[in-house]
Design a protein around this ligand. Structure first.
Ligand code: QAP
Ligand code: CO
Length: 177
């Protein structure tokens, strides 16, 4: 089932998510719904709070590193209750977000991270990530903390964003009516 995506400036995106304690069929259905929602909206990462569930759940499914760039479900990561255990270096990447449609801007992140987390069955896992995977996981963990990538922009870039985004929302509204 597709779930509606919460978009900025909705205040629900600022909620700090809570840990998952029950790893049951309901959670599995929710993870499947998150996946369907992410794929059908051309996303590569999604946090539960973006579909109005304030729980520490995120998914990432990077495109293949080839011509087609297809997203194989075999590469889907379901990350529950993540904790960053270590980090190294810095990197800059032009990020976007399904909750901030049609806006992309450079953001600085750690280059590589290590995390502990649980999978859908509640089993303890560890992961070392670098490159786009590291960036995606940090972006999604920020969602769990109620943070959006636009909050990491410089004052000038943030002002430019607010102006562009307001103009775009006005346009969308005038097209609807
Ligand atoms: C987070 O972002 C991310 O504006 C996932 O119109 C960001 O999937 C991971 C999207 C940067 C790694 C690097 C955004 C789709 C998708 C849009 C997304 C849009 C359609 C964003
Ligand atoms: Co996002």
């Amino acid at each position: 089932m597709m779930l509606p995506i919460v978009t900025y400036p909705d205040k629900r995106l600022k909620i700090v998510s809570k840990d998952v304690t029950t790893f049951d069929a309901k959670l599995h259905t929710f993870l499947d719904d998150m996946y369907e929602t992410m794929i059908n909206t051309n996303g590569i990462g999604l946090a539960a709070i973006q579909v109005d569930r304030p729980i520490n759940v995120l998914i990432v499914n990077l495109p293949n590193d080839d011509e087609e760039g297809t997203q194989d479900k075999a590469n889907l990561l379901e990350i529950i209750n993540p904790v960053i255990t270590h980090s190294e270096g810095t990197t800059v990447y032009q990020e976007g977000c399904l909750s901030v449609p049609k806006f992309y801007e450079d953001v600085e992140r750690f280059e590589s991270i290590g995390i502990t987390y649980q999978n859908r069955d509640g089993e303890a896992c560890t992961l070392e990530a670098d490159g786009l995977l590291s960036i995606a996981i940090q972006h999604e963990i920020d969602h769990l903390l109620g943070k959006l990538f636009i909050e990491k922009l410089s004052y000038g870039r943030r002002k430019k964003f607010e102006k562009e985004y307001k103009r775009m929302q006005k346009e969308l509204k005038s097209k609807k009516s």
